[in-house]
Ligand binder design. Structure first.
Ligand code: GSH
Length: 199
């Protein structure tokens, strides 16, 4: 049994989606968090043994704890190989899959945060320029229905949530973004996850 530490309408909502896609046996434990607009309350000190930054998502499987959305995606798809939601080592698409998970976490997330906060200046950073990052994603989604190619993977859960959130605001309005989000949000597992978001 997997425990998902979750706050409704947060980054952990995506992990409910992933667990539903995997058909995993899981339970949800609701965790209080301080939100971006400073509402909410911090998780209690007891939660520091699950996540040292008091954030969600985190998962616990037996005695193992994983936090960071990209790490959770990789861990869960590797540990549910028969579900084929992430190419495994040796698969032709493995490099691309891992690259997109880390591109989300290491490039898109920090660049979008910097853009939102007005911190991004015209200086080299470890994550690159926001427009360049958007172009990389757009070029891929112009070519293929999913970010790794023809098949849905857990990388779509991360990149797709970014596209869904940013399209029409930080991301330009593009038809292939609308089509991509429509493809993802019509998935039965996505719909089930939305229904479970409150716990
Ligand atoms: N890089 C982390 C970000 C996690 C994160 O920032 N989660 C927010 C919710 S969307 C949170 O827990 N905020 C509470 C806090 O920072 O105290 C991931 O992707 O898992």
């Amino acid at each position: 049994m997997i425990t998902l530490y979750h706050a409704p309408r947060s980054r952990s909502s995506r992990m409910i989606w992933l667990l539903e896609e995997l058909g995993a046996d899981y339970r949800i434990e609701i965790v209080p968090i301080v939100r971006g607009d400073n509402t909410g309350a911090p998780a209690p000190d007891s939660y520091l043994q699950i996540h040292p930054l008091r954030k969600v998502p985190a998962i616990k499987i037996f005695d193992e704890i994983v936090y960071e959305s990209g790490a959770i995606c990789l861990y869960l798809t590797d540990s549910h190989p028969r579900k084929e939601l992430g190419p495994l080592p040796g698969h032709n698409d493995r490099a691309e899959y891992v690259r997109w998970l880390f591109f989300y976490a290491g490039a898109l997330e920090p660049a979008a945060t910097a853009r939102f906060q007005g911190w991004d200046k015209d200086k080299p950073t470890g994550f690159g320029k926001f427009e360049d990052i958007e172009t990389v994603i757009s070029k891929q989604l112009e070519k293929t229905p999913y970010i790794v190619g023809d098949s849905f993977t857990a990388a779509d859960i991360l990149i797709g949530s970014g596209v869904q959130f940013f399209k029409g605001s930080l991301f330009p309005d593009r038809k292939h973004y609308n089509d991509y989000v429509a493809r993802l949000t019509s998935r039965p597992a996505y719909i089930r996850a939305v229904a479970r978001d409150d716990g």
